[in-house]
Design a protein around this ligand. Structure first.
Ligand code: FPP
Length: 247
């Protein structure tokens, strides 16, 4: 682990990797070049996050809305994810990194789901860092699935409506095993969550960086960590300075 000399390091960092297409356009290249370069940025980011002491890193790899892109681009993205799992799994496993997948698993065709499950199974006992890959993920879909399961429990008499609270909903989400993200980073200058971890982001610090995802790496991650460390998180309470004045 390297020393960043920061007073606080977030336990969970989540990233919206945006701008692959624009990175390629800027260079007069097909969009797929941007996605390819994006995978290199993923590799560097995973390494740098582990070395900084981050325990959970969530990456938004493919949203439930991404299926509406041209078929060739969808195939490119699926191909990259496949290759990432096939080629990098052994390295990630050796680095003691656990892989978890969030997102809708029903109706996934072909070899993708078995590959994702294999990655989870192979790395299940690893403890250095958890790499959460959001695949076929949309926050509203995740919340709807959680609510449906809770409704089934109520209908079956296993749960009373009065027992439904925020904690119970959190425990029915795909992210039930992880802490909420302390920091959410989005690249490319866009400043929105785009259906990513809407419930879990209630108290996350948001950092928007102008660089496109293929240009993201160790330096940009550590810059975001420095911004995070400079923020005061209040979780709805008063600031420490105010409390000191109020007594
Ligand atoms: C956004 O750029 C990026 C994506 C939709 C996919 C991100 C995927 C990868 C980096 C590769 C696969 C992931 C892993 C974990 C190996 P965009 O295409 O929306 O760019 P644009 O907004 O400039 O068009």
């Amino acid at each position: 682990m390297i020393s960043l000399d920061l007073p606080v390091i977030p336990e969970h960092v989540a990233i919206i990797m945006d701008g692959n297409g624009r990175w390629a356009n800027q260079r007069g290249l097909p969009r797929t070049f941007g996605h390819n370069k994006g995978v290199e940025a993923v590799r560097e980011t995973v390494k740098a996050a582990g070395e900084a002491g981050i325990k959970y890193l969530t990456l938004f790899a493919f949203s439930s809305e991404n299926w509406s892109r041209p078929a060739s681009e969808v195939e490119d993205l699926l191909g990259l994810l496949r290759r990432f799992i096939r080629r990098d799994l052994a390295d990630l496993h050796r680095e003691n990194i656990r892989i978890r997948i969030i997102g809708e698993r029903q109706n996934l065709r072909g070899d993708i789901l078995p590959l994702l499950l294999e990655a989870e199974e192979t790395t299940r006992n690893n403890t250095a860092m958890t790499l959460v890959i959001a695949f076929n993920y949309g926050s509203r879909n995740e919340i709807a699935r959680a609510v449906a399961r809770i409704a089934e429990d109520v209908e079956a008499g296993r749960l009373k409506p009065a027992e439904v609270d925020a904690d119970l909903i959190s425990r029915h989400l795909d992210t039930a095993d992880f802490p909420d993200p302390d920091l959410i980073i989005r690249t490319s200058g866009e400043e929105r969550l785009s259906n990513f971890l809407l419930w879990q982001a209630a108290y996350s610090e948001l950092v928007f960086l102008p660089c496109y995802w293929p240009d993201f790496g160790r330096q940009q991650l550590y810059e975001a960590l420095r911004v995070f460390a400079s923020r005061e998180r209040r979780f709805g309470a008063l600031s420490q300075m105010t409390t000191a004045v109020v007594g």
